[in-house]
Design a protein around this ligand. Structure first.
Ligand code: NAP
Length: 302
């Protein structure tokens, strides 16, 4: 078997064309075009590239983007004050803090400062809760992009065995929840999983987001499985690779995503989708009722 290679660039481009149409409709009705604020702390080279790509994608579809750069040694409160100003700014419908933040930052505190109504990354606790109960308006962009790829290829999810390798808050966990809401039977593996292969071999659909090149070898994949590689790793010779042995696994899988050109372009497109969705909500005055929500409440471990 030779897998069909899922073309994330093409699917992302069709989503961006839909984004342009939605923005044209907002503007035609006299609405403010969508606005995205992007906050970058420090000068991590990879983050600089991600931020530039996101802003370029915004410009391509007609989203106004506003970039705020802070030095790595900025006081956390200064960033919080900046976010609070953006929460109140009517031309901003989405606020994104580029991760990772410098180690001195309390990431949870920063993410909780972003208004749940402008949380286009879907990391605010309110939106995470919405995701758990199956009703979020801002699904986290990377797993949302994976779901769109699966839907684009008309790959059925109901009743399928799905294995998600990686359990981070931004990819693995939300991915597993989204797939559960589509009636899949989901297993989640992580670094402490004993004998990863005994899980992956059972997968009808395998989603890998561990950040480990060559973690998934052909003998770990069932013939005919759908393999989605979220990983992005740079090899010693500067090549970009995923977590899956692409050449070997492509001979066994029915579908596979390449790296680059698979999930990566989808992540940015789904950020655009969430920003437009936010703008449309603001224009419909359809905001969350957070009267009884106390964002500074510390969360007890269960
Ligand atoms: P992360 O926060 O480092 O989480 C990695 C997860 O993988 C953790 O849950 C970890 O387990 C698990 N893991 C690590 N080694 C493993 C192993 N040997 N076997 C099984 N599980 C293992 O990373 P992330 O932010 O989720 O990102 C994961 C990868 O996706 C990275 O390569 C990242 O660059 C890429 N990524 C791509 C996109 C995109 O748009 N394509 C977007 C985001 C991230 P523990 O929980 O036990 O530590």
């Amino acid at each position: 078997m030779t897998a069909k290679i899922i073309d994330g660039i093409a699917v992302a481009a069709s989503i961006r064309a839909e984004c342009r149409d939605r923005i044209a409709q907002i503007v035609a009705k006299g609405g403010t075009p969508p606005g995205l604020a992007v906050i970058l702390v420090g000068s991590d080279p990879a983050s600089q590239v991600y931020v530039r790509n996101k802003m370029r994608a915004c410009a391509e579809v007609g989203i106004r983007s506003y970039r705020f750069d802070y030095p790595a040694d900025v006081d956390q409160q200064t960033v919080i004050d900046g976010i609070e100003e953006l929460n109140a700014d009517p031309k901003v419908h989405g606020i994104l803090v580029q991760l990772p933040l410098p180690p001195s930052f309390d990431i949870a505190r920063i993410l909780r400062t972003i208004s749940a109504d402008k949380d286009v990354d879907g990391f605010h606790l309110y939106n995470v809760g919405g995701l758990v109960v199956g009703g979020t308006v801002f699904p986290p962009c990377t797993p949302y992009g994976v779901l769109k790829l699966l839907q684009h290829e008309k790959i059925p999810l109901e009743g399928k065995n799905v294995v998600v390798v990686g359990a981070s808050n931004i990819v693995g966990k939300p991915m597993a929840l989204m797939l559960m809401h589509h009636e899949a039977t989901v297993s989640i593996c992580h670094a402490k999983t004993k004998d990863l292969a005994q899980f992956t071999i059972l997968a009808d659909i395998l989603v890998v987001a561990a950040g480990k090149p060559n973690l998934i070898l052909p003998q770990m994949v069932r013939t005919g499985a759908v393999v989605i590689d979220v990983g992005i790793n740079r090899t010693a010779d500067g090549k970009l690779v995923g977590d899956v042995d692409f050449e070997g696994v492509a001979k066994k899988a029915s579908y596979i995503t390449p790296v680059p050109g698979g999930v990566g372009p989808m992540t940015v497109s789904m950020l655009l989708v969430n920003t437009i969705a936010s703008c449309e909500r603001w224009q419909r005055h359809e905001l969350f009722d957070l009267t009884n929500y106390r964002p500074r409440l510390e969360i007890a471990q269960p």
